[in-house]
Design a protein around this ligand. Structure first.
Ligand code: NAP
Length: 263
């Protein structure tokens, strides 16, 4: 099992379609023990019910990633229940609906700041708090280090109509991955991004024209299909696992090859 004995924090489960939940299931199958965050009471029951299907004792933490006190509480909780952390999955993003409808040029100052705060800065805020828990030597023989994976999208690299400010937020997220990989490499902490093709989730429903995006990918991608949740989850487990020991600062495309097409 690729993640036997590893403990990981999953940030971004909303429901059973969430990419974060796909990754949690695959990581658990590979032997990982997991903790989760949920955003507010509204999602608590959902996340609790899902988490229990894998592990009735899984720690759960209420956490809006824009709230520093809640972020601190998550890592204090992990410190007291586990004492260390092996991996972190960042699968959160948000932009106001109106920012994902019109033109990018119309993005408001508030809308820009909010999208970048939730979808990009949160990775740095989480990673910084994870570092002390990842640098504790553990296991036999004792080793220190960890792995961080953040979910991104091709709209960071190329213009995807109506993805708008989220594309800018994902570009900042991918750059953050590289800077974090540089800072944390000497501590044996790897940081990578996984660029997923479109998957029907709650967050995806907020992007107008999403079904057309999926049809477009299916007709143009070299594999002539869209990715499945399992495709994304398996690649995430690879990045989290020792099989990817030499990979950091990378953006791995899991998109049926769509990003290689020029025409
Ligand atoms: P999802 O199931 O809706 O997950 C998004 C999660 O982000 C939800 O749990 C959401 O909680 C959470 N979130 C939003 N604002 C938050 C905040 N302030 N604090 C804490 N959590 C917050 O959608 P998903 O598609 O799986 O998205 C996961 C990641 O994959 C995102 O980074 C997304 O951009 C990325 N991605 C998705 C696709 C796709 O096609 N679906 C493709 C490439 C990359 P609420 O429901 O409470 O807002």
């Amino acid at each position: 099992m690729l993640l036997a004995g590893k403990k990981g924090l999953i940030v971004g489960v909303a429901n059973k379609r969430s990419i974060a939940w796909g990754i949690a299931q695959a990581a658990a199958r590979e032997g990982a023990t997991l903790a989760y965050t949920y955003q507010g009471e509204r999602l608590k029951a959902n996340v609790e019910e899902l988490a229990k299907t894998l592990d009735p004792t899984a720690p759960l933490y209420d956490c809006d990633v824009t709230n520093d006190a809640q972020l601190d509480a998550v890592f204090q909780g992990i410190q007291s229940s586990w004492g260390a952390l092996d991996f972190l999955v960042h699968a959160v993003a948000f932009a106001k609906r109106e920012e994902l409808e019109g033109e990018f040029v119309g993005t408001s100052r508030d809308g820009y700041a909010l999208a970048l705060d939730v979808s990009s800065y949160s990775l740095t805020a989480l990673a910084r708090r994870a570092v002390p828990l990842m640098t504790i030597p553990r296991g036999l023989p004792p080793v220190a280090g960890g792995s961080v994976v953040a979910l991104t999208y091709y709209g960071a690299e190329k213009v995807i109509p109506r993805y708008n400010v989220m594309g800018v937020a994902k570009a900042a997220l991918e750059a953050s991955v590289r800077y974090l990989a540089y800072d944390l490499g000497p501590k044996h902490i790897r940081v990578n991004a996984l660029s997923s093709g479109p998957v029907q989730t709650l967050a995806a429903r907020g992007i107008s024209g999403f079904s057309d995006m999926m049809k477009h990918v299916e007709s143009r991608a070299p594999l002539r299909r869209n990715v499945t949740l399992e495709d994304v989850a398996h690649a995430a487990v690879f990045l989290l696992s020792p099989l990817a020991a030499g990979i950091t600062g990378e953006t791995l495309h899991v998109d049926c090859g769509y990003h290689i097409i020029g025409m």
